[in-house]
Design a protein around this ligand. Sequence first.
Ligand code: PLP
Length: 460
Amino acid sequence: MTQSPDQYLSTRGHAANETFADALLRGIAPDGGLYMPTAWPTLSSLKQTKDADYSVIAREVLTPFVGDSLPEGAVERAVAHLVKGFDHPLVTPLVELESGLFVLELFRGPTAAFKDLAMQLVASLSDEALEASGETLTLLTATSGDTGAAAVRAFAGKKRIKLIVLHPLDRVSPIQRKQMTTVEADNVLNLAVRGDFDDCQRLVKQLLADETLRERGRLSSVNSINWGRLAGQIPYYVSATLQLGQAAHFVVPTGNFGDAFAGIAARKMGLPVAGMTAAVNQNDALARAINEGVYDRRPAVESASVSMDVQAPSNFERLVFEASGRDAAQTRKLFEDFAANGTVTLPDDLCQALTAETRAVSVDEATTAAEIGHAYQAWGRVVCPHTAVALHAARKMDRNGAPVVALSTAHPSKFGGYVESVLGIAPEPAPVIAALGDKPERLSVIDSDYASARDAVGSF
Ligand SMILES: *Cc1c(COP(=O)(O)O)cnc(C)c1O
């Protein structure tokens, strides 16, 4: 079988290979696994230059993954559209806080959080793929806030796509909710679920597996399990490294492990990376799996960094697949056991391989609040709680000579209430947030059982 970056296999090994367009439109593989390229492309032609152009980087990163599965020029058009929606010429500027410590600003797009970077690309590329094939698509996504907002803004008004977003009722910030519910687009349905994020994610998985829903056309997900989302997050690791002019240790505030896995993918493509650290909040299933070798499902608890309230991080499967030497049988067994029993013990050799890919640390709520205070006192910088989780881990680590880059995943005003409760001052609103105003909201509240979700989706 030929191995090529534009051919995709499933982490569970029981699905036929697919093109980029099919992996993008399907989301999850038919055997329940996640799509991965059959080979990693190599970053070759990017020069070490300080003024690296994001468009050039993104094109270089994405083109080998897409191959010839989309119309000519699709990647260029998608990247041009993405860059237009950002308010900084570098798109993701790197800011030095003190010697050797940086933040990478990923929040300068349409919803003031990092998910815009991939979502804008995925919306454009999906649209191109559907135009070419003449099909329609229903997209389902579970969100703890930022994914849904980014998706609504990216897909609103697309003619061949309907978007259904499930968020946990009263567990997303008012601004995140408004970013989803104030968009006037008939192709968007917002469902507020009486439950937590993992309930939303479970319902989406069940809906995606429902054969009767497939009669309406293609059915897929925009969660970070979608390979398009992963690929769209690789370019900013390259951009940061080029802005810095040397290899960095990246510290990534982590929920579903999509953002962090994109950094690991960049390293597999040849980007010099000094190290990776996934920083989680008190929902520490990922950190316990990597550090203690036991992957254990517990209910998610609400945290200040609410977009990271995840206890069954979907992209952990991609990490296990890579760390196991791409052993699909082992990956399948592990995640099927986890789904059945809610707990699995990882073999020692797998644990060691996982630790070689990334470190993981958990930061508690009091420390997150204290870090917001420290950032303001030390550097006059107001940061969101997600960024604070990463900054704390970055500041406490042994820097080993390499510069440390904490990914700053949201503008602080997106979580203004919490930040104000810590600092006593409200963050200046990002322009895209000031523009939300008091527009009327559109959403339906449902119970967290499958029948309720199926009814709501069926009548849309
Ligand atoms: C989604 C999100 C994260 C976590 O990203 P993952 O890819 O799920 O690990 C961190 N910070 C913010 C602001 C987010 O919206």
